[in-house]
Write a protein that binds this ligand. Sequence first.
Ligand code: HEC
Length: 103
Amino acid sequence: MKKLILTGLLVAGVSFAADGRAIFQSKGCASCHQVAVDTVGPSLKKIAQAYGSVDELVKYLKRQAQPKVWPEKAAIMSAQLAMIKNLSDAELKALAEFILSHK
Ligand code: HEC
């Protein structure tokens, strides 16, 4: 019984913390963004270093701020922003927090 409760708590804790990561995976962001190496898109580390705050990154994700990492390739990313336009503010915040956790 104790074990069951503990497992339940662990699962709840992990899924809460993994929210932004889950969105990142399920929206296909991972196919162009690796943690530490630049591939099709800049690495999460590079993006995290360019953004000072979650709010600032959320603005970009909502198309309310100009890109600043690789602006010359913004067209590729623009199509991806269209895919997340229906996410709630809480989901976008979790996504931004996940990206910024790679500083
Ligand atoms: C088809 C490849 C591709 C996919 C899929 C992709 N990206 Fe990107 N992303 C790029 C490229 C290329 C850039 C560089 C353009 C730029 O910096 O404006 C970029 C840049 C970014 C930036 C930095 C923007 C800036 O300030 O310059 C963020 C943040 C970002 N992507 C988040 C995401 C998220 C979140 C997802 C999933 C919803 C995603 N990307 C999916 C290719 C992709």
